[in-house]
Ligand binder design. Sequence first.
Ligand code: CO
Ligand code: CO
Length: 279
Amino acid sequence: MNPATLTEIIDYSRRHTLGIGMFNIVNMEFARAIFDASQETGLPVIFGIPERFMLHYYSPDCMALVCKEMIKHSKVPAAIHLDHGKTFDGVMIALRAGFSSVMFDGSSLDYEENVKQTAEIVKIAHAFGVAVEGELGYVGRAGTDELTPDSFTRPDQAADFVRRTGVDALAVAIGNQHGQYKGIPKLDFERLKVIRGTVECGLVLHGGSGIGNEDFKEAIRCGINKINIYTAMDLAVKDFTRNSFADYASYLDYTKDLTKIVREVVIEHMKLFASVRSN
Ligand code: CO
Ligand code: CO
């Protein structure tokens, strides 16, 4: 099949009341692992390509081609998504490379500038038939950014933001952060419910790694459609590499098992996100 748009993914999430995982791709092994996990579980998936990886670690065209070739043989919907596009040029590169979904993260801009730049991206992406995720509130990074109520998504602002930008999905800040949490994060579900009640678009939870299993389920019940995972895979491969690399006679065999490690982390999250499924 062709890559699914973010809108199709969100529709699926709504129809079945389940969360759909976005998993970031570090290299070919990660892409393989994410694809295999989706085929094994029969659940839709989102291949995440962060702007930072795409611009500094590999070619966006090559990685998009890898994903497209895999998706051709997929039995479940799968999207190729630009994660944290922070520049106009980065989003344009992703659109030209054939991504089926893009995030424009203007969360570090002041509110009016975030609205203005996101609306411009939406107009262009929609002309390509590509859906857009925006971010309001500031998710930030655990250990680097302070978690204050000011950084949380304001429900009244969310409604205004979605109306004025036309985004198809909104990344919310409700106590979630990127990277490795110190302890179990406490999510503001009441705020999430209010946001869900004020906007029609899909809702996205960034910084998924390290959130408690029950909190994931509650977040999905409260209206989260897409959940981003990266750190959990990163920690698993670092751990595996540290403990096992010396045991391998060949690098090739090591990469094969590394793919398995990533696949296991992806499957575990996909199954958890689907466990609240109502039909
Ligand atoms: Co993120
Ligand atoms: Co993330």
